[in-house]
Design a protein around this ligand. Sequence first.
Ligand SMILES: Cc1cc2nc3c(=O)[nH]c(=O)nc-3n(C[C@H](O)[C@H](O)[C@H](O)COP(=O)(O)O)c2cc1C
Length: 253
Amino acid sequence: MSKTVDFYYFSPTGGTKKVGMHLAEAVSESVIIHNLAEKAKFAANPEGDLSLIAVPVFGGRIPAFAAEKLKSVNGIGKKAVTIVVYGNRAYEDALLELNNMAKESGFEIVASGAFIAQHSMCPEIAAGRPDPVDFDELEAFGKRISEKLIARLENEFSVPGNYPYKADFTVAATPVSTDSCNLCGECVSACPTGAITLYEGSIKTDIAKCALCMACVYACPVEARTLPRQMYDNVRQMLSKYKDIRRPNETYI
Ligand SMILES: Cc1cc2nc3c(=O)[nH]c(=O)nc-3n(C[C@H](O)[C@H](O)[C@H](O)COP(=O)(O)O)c2cc1C
């Protein structure tokens, strides 16, 4: 078990953090948390020998916002475990993209994984995940990582994905604030990209800045922030075939 792990994560609606934190605690005695979405600057130099980097999958890629933030992390001379967390459809090129980025930052990648969490746009997909079975698998993965680090084994694995990657994820429409919005401003504070402003008594969302990450929808205390109806219906329809299947978590070590 490592003494300290630096846990770098982006988790607009909490699923990635839940998965990553469980793994971080399984591989180390103490966890230093670095939230990539924090407005104040996170530590760019990991303190411990091992870092865990966890991001969600958006359209088979890693969110552009997280990719941009990760560029400033200095991994030279450090080891990393990388994980992507996705909503039961597919992770496509996201893990490969994350690993390429981490390597460019200097990290040596010792293990990687793709784990499932509830779909943040359509919570009935992979509802309740990560669940106790997932947590057991995360603990077992953590144990294997610790054993590998002690045995100083070579990193001989590769992860799925193609390069050039899938086309960049584009935002077709942003979440909207409905009539029940009381202008409390929680969505403004929750937005990691600064896309939401309170202007002249109404909430404005800049589509050019919005990552469609759903942080604002989850942060709204009165459920006044939602996806536009048409978009929600389309996504729900597209994802309906993943409702009754249980995708397995995948690990590479
Ligand atoms: C804009 C957007 C795009 C997504 N794209 C995918 C995808 O390509 N494949 C998938 O299985 N899940 C996808 N998801 C689901 C998320 O990857 C999943 O819910 C993840 O757990 C969200 O992380 P969070 O809870 O830390 O915010 C997407 C979610 C959003 C908001």
